[in-house]
Ligand binder design. Sequence first.
Ligand code: SAH
Length: 281
Amino acid sequence: MEISGIDTDGREFKNTAEMWREQVGEDGDSHKKIDWYRNGVGYWQEVDASVDGVLGGYGSVNEADIKESEDFLKNLFSDLLFDTPTNRHLVALDCGSGIGRVTKNLLIRYFNEVDLLEPVSHFLEAARQSLTQEGVVGADEHKATNFYCVPLQEFTPDSGRYDVIWIQWCIGHLTDDDFVSFFENAKAGLKPGGFFILKENTARQGFVLDKEDHSITRSDLYYKELFRRCGLHLYKTKNQKEFPQELFPVKMYALTTEVPKRRHSTRSNSKLRANRPGLIK
Ligand code: SAH
């Protein structure tokens, strides 16, 4: 599939191959690829360890972001973890966690343990401080456990540790090939029935290469093509509401490794059949 795009200077690329060749070189030209990742992390190293910092100056969207994420997560819990005992010990991984904004405002309330993965050390240290201060996390059963200072493309999770792997606003730093290998590796980190949540900016079409932070914003179609390559099942999507107009539309994707069995599947199937318009013969 040909996906064309632009960069933030308005330059056009006729397809992703042309853009990636320029950014990270041909196979084996690892210097360019090392630079791509170094520049991506380098950009964030200069950014303040604050909510405004990790949200590119839009700290004000934090509340709406968390609210929509929470609704999405709660629905997925009831859909996908419905046959899980209520006392199951739930564990999440927050990828590209920054200062731990998503963990602190959302994940820690639902999961007994959260691990954070973040390549920029001053962000990760800020996360560690705010999440391990006494009294912040509250009950002993809910805590931030591991703080991994590594980039996504170099991470291999402990097998079967996670119920949910959350990836928000960081996958744009990965090349297509690393995107696919990240998910392939990370699958092994999920418990049976576990799932991924990817929350990202979406380009209206094709892709937009950001020359400043060295990331790309992909369109919905582009993401779907990559999910197919990862062998992932797209279980549900939802659009973020109430964000300022000038921002990219943001989408949430829930991804599973298999097509999940649905609750009351027989009943809803037969209901569906009964409600289907009949053929007039
Ligand atoms: N997910 C957080 C932070 C978003 S800011 C939140 O929603 O608040 C983008 C984050 O991606 C930064 O913390 C940055 O350091 C991180 N990042 C940059 N390159 C990365 C990479 N290769 N792997 C993982 N994270 C990366």
